[in-house]
Design a protein around this ligand. Structure first.
Ligand SMILES: *Cc1c(COP(=O)(O)O)cnc(C)c1O
Length: 236
């Protein structure tokens, strides 16, 4: 596996997808999904040009931070976040993608207040209404966005989704399009607010080009950069 070549290939395909959609490639940020990768692999990815890492598990985030593995890149938290682990994440990452409940939002607000900072967040939407998947249901989104707007130590930056694993090309385009509509709705409702809501985090190795075609501003790519991962255990 040639990590530098993979980074180059994904960046080229992203840029081509952007241009095909009449978009400026500079509007789209590549986030390397670094779950299960070692400190050294993360360093190699950054040396190959990765400027943003997305971490899934609090334990891995903490270990990589301690090892200073992300030096030269920004870090986001993209995995499911439990309320009791908020302390290990707030203030340590520049964006939390996976806020999906009042309870989690409030726990982030409390911790950000304690630390005297403002935490940028995305609201995660269970756009395909899948059972046992994170994210709020689409109909719960307006109330959650309203609540976020009322949290002085939280800044709502946009939305995130993890649609079903796509096996057929184009299968997730409808979900990506729905997400774009949700974002437009939220922007409309929050127009009197100071928040800059401009982030649409969607698209993974199998479907990031479709996501870009439908307006993604951030794609989270793991396998296409790092190769296949060993099978994962249960979510801890
Ligand atoms: C693992 C992961 C990705 C990347 O998935 P790939 O299919 O390997 O590109 C993106 N987002 C989240 C939240 C992930 O957990």
């Amino acid at each position: 596996m040639d990590l530098s070549q993979n980074v180059k290939t994904v960046e080229e395909r992203l840029a081509a997808a952007a241009r095909a959609a009449g978009r400026d490639p500079a509007e789209i940020t590549l986030c390397a999904a670094t779950k299960v990768q070692t400190d050294d692999t993360i360093r190699a990815a950054i040396a190959a040009g990765i400027r943003l890492c997305g971490e899934n598990r609090v334990q891995e985030l903490t270990a990589h931070l301690e090892a200073n593995a992300y030096a030269g890149a920004e870090v986001h938290f993209i995995g499911h976040l439990q309320t009791n682990k908020v302390k290990q994440v707030v203030g340590k990452v520049s964006l939390i993608h996976s806020v999906d409940s009042d309870r989690l939002l409030q726990a982030i607000e409390v911790q950000a207040d304690r630390l005297g900072l403002i935490q940028d967040i995305l609201l995660e939407v269970n756009v395909a209404r899948e059972e046992s998947k994170g994210g709020c249901l689409p109909e719960a989104l307006p109330a959650l966005a309203e609540l976020a707007a009322g949290c002085p130590h939280v800044r709502l930056r946009g939305l995130m989704a993890i649609p079903p694993v796509s096996t057929v090309s184009g299968a997730n385009r409808k979900y990506f399009a729905q997400m774009r509509h949700f974002l437009v709705d939220i922007i409309g409702k929050m127009s009197d607010n100071q928040s800059v809501i401009d982030c649409l985090s969607m698209g993974m190795s199998a479907d990031y080009e479709d996501a870009v075609a439908e307006g993604a501003t951030l794609v989270r790519v793991g396998t296409a950069l790092f190769g296949p991962r060993p099978p994962v255990g249960p979510r801890i």
